[in-house]
Design a protein around this ligand. Structure first.
Ligand code: FPP
Ligand code: MG
Length: 309
């Protein structure tokens, strides 16, 4: 599969992504406590961690999956906003905690000092802590059928917990200085990064009340995309500079962490990302007419993989 040409389709996707990013920023602002609400410093730190940067890929996946599954009522629009905010809150908390001295001990995130540098360690820890329940408050407020709210809560909780993102992070921390097999690396990445991306897509489908077959095919797309995202993240760690990344480049190899690049080399890691991009597009094709709007899903698969080129 070749890179997308600079066509009208690409321009339409770029416009969709930008509109979606703005919609996400507005949703995040609405769902965050105001900075002047006590305890102010905690709320300032939460807002610092969430606002002012980030590609908002996870939120975009919520909206893209919702559109693919035909979520088009006013209530589902509000629910998609809440779900988009929820996944970005979980993501922001994970970045704050990941950057702490007890984990990756990093000073740069999204082109700014990390939260514990800007505030202090205890404040950053608590801001991350408070973002987690806030995500579930968002989901609980969704104006959709209670059974769908329960499914959404379960989906995000499972993806974030010890069998998902937190479990992947535990494997990541334990693997420093060790050689992992390709299967072990894949398991770690599927949990640490893939689970939340996969949940973002599942949440869009839940909000739309999508059928089980459609959800399953979307999940095939999501699994390919989730892994591709981390393969590309590994590629960028060695191929991009800190200014472009907004975080410390070369950190994984400096920390002696196993990555797709350390295991496969740069070229084979790029080939793997391409294979996964092909799998994601294949899944979109398999949805056929059940997919109401495929362009955002297709555009996101290309966007995620091609940023590593
Ligand atoms: C970059 O996302 C982030 C990742 C690839 C995820 C890495 C996973 C963790 C840090 C898990 C940590 C978990 C715990 C429990 C501490 P991105 O490129 O979308 O970043 P952006 O939102 O800044 O654009
Ligand atoms: Mg890390």
């Amino acid at each position: 599969m070749s890179a997308r040409d600079d066509t009208a389709e690409d321009m339409a996707f770029a416009a969709w992504l930008e509109a979606t990013r703005q919609r996400t920023e507005a949703a995040l602002e609405r769902h965050l406590p105001p900075a002047d609400t006590a305890p102010q410093r905690l709320h300032e730190a939460m807002r610092y961690a969430v606002l002012g940067g980030g590609k908002r890929v996870r939120a975009a996946l919520v909206y893209a999956a919702g559109a693919a599954c035909g979520a088009n009522t006013q209530a589902s629009a509000a629910a998609l906003d809440a779900a988009a905010a929820a996944v970005e809150f979980i993501h922001a908390y994970s970045l704050v905690h990941d950057d702490l001295p007890c984990m990756d001990d990093d000073v740069l995130r999204r082109g700014r000092p990390t939260a514990h540098v800007q505030f202090d360690e205890a404040c950053a820890l608590l801001a991350g802590d408070a973002l987690q329940p806030l995500a579930f408050t968002c989901l609980a407020q969704m104006p959709i059928a209670p059974a769908l709210v329960a499914q959404a809560v379960r989906t995000l909780a499972d993806a974030s917990g010890s069998l998902g993102m937190v479990g992947g992070q535990a494997i990541d921390l334990a693997s420093v200085g060790h050689v992992l097999t390709l299967d072990e690396l894949e398991t770690m990445h599927r949990m640490k990064t893939g689970a939340l991306l996969r949940a973002s897509i599942a949440l869009g489908a839940v909000v739309a009340g999508a059928s089980s077959p459609l959800r399953r095919t979307l999940d095939t797309y999501a699994q390919a995309l989730g892994l591709a995202f981390q393969v590309v993240d590994d590629i960028l760690d060695v191929s991009a500079d800190s200014a472009a990344l907004g975080k410390t480049a070369g950190k994984d190899s400096a920390d002696n962490k196993p990555t797709y690049v350390s295991l496969l080399g740069l070229e084979r890691a790029r080939e793997l990302a391409e294979v996964l991009r092909g799998e994601a597009h294949g899944a979109i094709g398999a949805m056929g007419d059940a997919c109401r709007q495929s362009e955002p899903l297709a555009g996101l698969a290309d966007y995620i993989v091609l940023r590593g080129h």
